[in-house]
Write a protein that binds this ligand. Structure first.
Ligand code: ZN
Length: 85
């Protein structure tokens, strides 16, 4: 329990993880990850989740089609609100 890779313990490292990921730093070279298998596995899990999220919500999705759908839905709502429901 005395091992302290990278000068910080796991909870300290994990608390900084979102910031480290957000900074675009190459975490593979982080001193804590060099010495801590636990956090390496954690990071691998996070990357798997991030990749799955990207494939679920592809950024390349053409947004014009989405907006057209929203627009027509609003128009339907507006034209239908004064009449029947
Ligand atoms: Zn760790």
């Amino acid at each position: 329990m005395s091992a302290n890779p990278g000068g910080m313990n796991c909870s300290e490292f994990q608390a900084r993880l979102p910031k480290l990921i957000g900074s675009g730093e190459n975490l593979a070279h982080h001193p804590h990850l060099q010495g801590c298998e636990l956090c390496r596995a954690l990071l691998a899990d996070l990357e798997t989740i991030a990749q799955a999220a990207r494939s679920l919500f592809p950024i390349a999705e053409p947004s014009t089609k989405v907006w057209q759908n929203i627009e027509s839905a609003i128009k339907d709502e507006a034209s239908g609100s004064s009449g029947h429901r």
